[in-house]
Design a protein around this ligand. Structure first.
Ligand SMILES: NC(=O)c1ccc[n+]([C@@H]2O[C@H](COP(=O)([O-])OP(=O)(O)OC[C@H]3O[C@@H](n4cnc5c(N)ncnc54)[C@H](O)[C@@H]3O)[C@@H](O)[C@H]2O)c1
Length: 428
């Protein structure tokens, strides 16, 4: 029997009808959601007014963002790092000293600070959506790291989308590769009909080694307390006893992460969904497992293959292995030809684009690999000031999230996941 699964791990589910959803999506002006009047977290937000930035989570990725923002400040951008929150005291102290910023006891205290206009969320996956919803309700604009939500949080992700539209907030999801203008070359080729109707996309992520499930244990003797906020780390996750592995190496556990599908594939999938104008998939299947890192307590797969179909008769096939890093060029195939990319680093760009017509000579166009995180911040800040939609805004994030969640749920339940376009919900 079919079961609607998006309420898993999410008590706030309230499925919208298709009509309601269409009223709350499409282009912002035509969305039809009764939007509240726009309220900046401070009373006036002038074009050059200094924006206060708050950081929630300053582990590996959050510290990188902090340096990107400090770099922009050095270059004259009208920004200020106001304050930082992190559940692990030593990291919070190191980051606040580095940025000469305030430290908060927790993220709620940070969100209550009126000097903060925008927040960066770089916490473990399961905390993204709950913290982002709290942030938009507090009147902040949000740069939220990928994945937009945990694999069990589709309904909560949809709620995040709805509230963002209603409250007129600006949200950028951290698929920074989407800010690389090199993708425009691929989009232009497709739009001028170079390959005919696109029908098949094939791409992947290949590494020798892991991507963080063996994240270093910063302190093997850490215990819950003022410097180690276990309850804050758990959020709405199952209340299990504290272990240093869960606290520091959270990527190994399904309660907080999902493996390649949710950690790596958002980077791979996002540009294709964007340039092909895709929305919700019609169907997803997935396979894989723990084929390499068979450690005693690892739960997430290290090998993952997913196949997602879209209503416009197009399949996307993504594969990930950690066996070794040998690359296969991603390809978009249509009736009239194929586009491939060389040296892809989906977070950052690619070396070149090759157009191979079914008949005729191939053309190679140089690509580029800029600092896409910086470009993504610049796009976000521009939109905070102008109230435009960022390149990876929340509606688009929801489409990516749907494909991720459907694939993870198909994998975990060994079923085919479909999408109910009337209820806008995932069905197993
Ligand atoms: N866009 C990218 O290229 C990219 C790269 C790396 C990581 N990420 C994403 O960034 C996120 C963080 O990854 P990471 O590698 O930095 O992990 P990490 O464990 O190094 O950092 C997470 C930090 O969040 C803190 N934290 C946990 N709960 C918190 C809470 N309730 N409030 C405040 N802080 C809290 C932890 O103490 C830790 O310092 C992940 O979701 C990951 O997918 C994105």
């Amino acid at each position: 029997m079919n079961s609607r699964i998006s309420t898993l791990g999410d008590a706030t589910s309230s499925p919208l009808s298709r009509r309601q959803f269409l009223q709350t999506t499409s282009s912002a002006a035509a969305l039809g959601v009764v939007a509240a009047p726009f309220v900046a977290s401070r009373s006036v937000l002038g074009a050059n007014e200094r924006l206060g930035v708050g950081f929630i989570g300053v582990g590996g990725r959050g510290r990188y963002h902090l340096d990107v923002v400090l770099g922009m400040i050095n270059q004259g951008e009208s920004l200020e790092v106001v304050g930082i929150s992190d559940t692990y005291g030593p990291r919070k102290r190191a980051a606040t000293e580095h940025a000469k910023a305030k430290a908060y006891a927790n993220y709620h205290e940070l969100l209550a600070d009126p000097a903060i206009d925008v927040v960066l969320i770089a916490t473990p996956d399961r905390l993204h959506v709950p913290q982002a919803i709290d942030a938009i309700r507090a009147g902040k604009d949000v740069y939220c790291e990928k994945p937009m939500g945990h694999w069990s949080q589709f309904a909560l992700s949809r709620q995040f989308y709805q509230e963002t539209v209603k409250l007129k907030r600006v949200v950028q999801i951290g698929n920074q590769g989407n800010s690389n203008v090199a993708w425009k070359q691929v989009r232009d080729l497709i739009q001028k009909g170079a390959i005919g109707r696109p029908q098949h996309v094939q791409a992947g992520y290949y590494r020798y080694g892991d991507w963080g499930e063996r994240m270093p244990i910063a302190d093997p003797n850490a215990k819950p307390g003022p410097d180690c906020d276990w309850e804050g780390f758990l959020g709405d996750a199952p209340k299990v006893p504290f272990t240093v592995d869960r606290f520091f190496s959270w990527r190994k556990y399904l309660d907080y992460a999902g493996g390649p599908c949710t950690d790596l594939f958002p980077h791979v999938l996002t540009p294709f969904i964007s340039l092909l104008g895709l929305k919700f998939p019609s169907l997803a299947v997935a396979s894989g497992g723990i084929f390499k890192y068979d450690t005693y307590d690892r739960e997430v797969p290290d090998t993952f293959n997913m196949c997602v179909d879209y209503p416009q008769k197009l399949s996307i096939v993504l594969v990930c292995t950690l066996a070794n890093e040998f690359p296969t060029d991603p390809a978009i195939r249509g009736d009239e030809g194929t586009i491939t990319m060389q040296g892809p680093a989906f977070e950052g760009g690619f070396d070149s684009v090759t157009f191979i017509p079914r008949k005729g000579e191939k053309t190679v166009i140089p690509g580029s690999k800029p600092n896409t995180t910086l470009l993504h911040w610049q796009n976000f800040l521009h939109c905070v000031r102008t109230r435009e939609k960022p390149v990876s805004d929340v509606e688009f994030g929801l489409y990516v999230q749907a494909a991720m969640n459907m694939s993870m749920l198909a994998f975990l339940n060994k079923k085919v996941a479909t999408f109910d376009t009337d209820k806008l919900d995932i069905v197993l």
